[in-house]
Design a protein around this ligand. Structure first.
Ligand SMILES: Cc1cc2nc3c(=O)[nH]c(=O)nc-3n(C[C@H](O)[C@H](O)[C@H](O)COP(=O)(O)O)c2cc1C
Length: 202
């Protein structure tokens, strides 16, 4: 079965990036399962999404026919990013720990994806409904510390946030793979290998 994979990279460290390498390993396993897989890369370090400003938010809420030429130009960034998300069946998202959370480049990107009426809406009962349906997300995280267990577990604002935010957009089938403890003696030596071993494609 052919699958469209969108690889979202948020580390600026190029080939040295652990999340990029782990993402590539995940994609290798997806390809082994679905040989006709097509991969598209969205490198958030190479092409940084702008923080939302008044112009962009204004362009979202202006009726189609009423948008000014400047608003039409401004909304392209978000429209194009959402189109890519809609076209993909599977997301592979590289999410390094940056100060206990996701990099701001990834947050800025998600801010362009979360659009009322397009990727989410509130139903008649006021309940949120995500509109990116039937998708699968694999998240590749990397961190100096260990967050899956132990004293730092409650300082993990990466996995709860992504789980909630992607779920809000309709993406509820999510698997996390963690390369963690990359600066801890006795852990770092096998951290990446262990994260690769933990990958399972469903
Ligand atoms: C600006 C910055 C902030 C970081 N913050 C954390 C952190 O809060 N917790 C942690 O365990 N590691 C932290 N790290 C370490 C990175 O998560 C780690 O180096 C990881 O491998 C980065 O992902 P990458 O290799 O894909 O670039 C930080 C690194 C940088 C550069």
């Amino acid at each position: 079965m052919a699958k469209n994979v969108l690889h979202i990279i948020s580390s600026p460290r190029g080939e040295a990036s652990v999340t990029r390498k782990l993402g590539d390993e995940i994609i290798g396993k997806i390809k082994a399962k679905y040989p006709d897989t097509v991969v598209k890369e969205r490198d958030l370090a190479a092409e940084v999404f702008p923080h939302l400003d008044e112009l962009q938010i204004g362009s979202w809420f202006a009726p189609d026919a009423a948008r000014t030429p400047v608003q039409i130009e401004a909304i392209q960034v978000s429209d194009q990013a959402i189109r890519e998300m809609q076209e993909a069946d599977i997301y592979v998202i590289g999410a390094p720990f940056y100060n206990f959370a996701i990099p701001s480049t990834l947050k800025a990107y998600l801010d362009h994806i979360a659009r009322p009426g397009i990727t989410f809406r509130y139903n008649e009962e006021g309940k949120p409904e995500g509109l990116l349906k039937n998708k699968k997300a694999y998240i590749a995280t990397a961190s100096s510390g260990v967050y899956s267990e132990g004293p730092f577990q409650s300082f993990d604002y990466v996995s709860p946030y992504l789980k909630f935010m992607l779920g809000f957009l309709g993406i509820t089938d999510i698997s996390f793979f963690r390369a963690e403890g990359l600066r801890i003696e006795g852990v770092k030596e096998t951290a990446f290998e262990k994260s690769v071993q933990s990958i399972s494609i469903v």
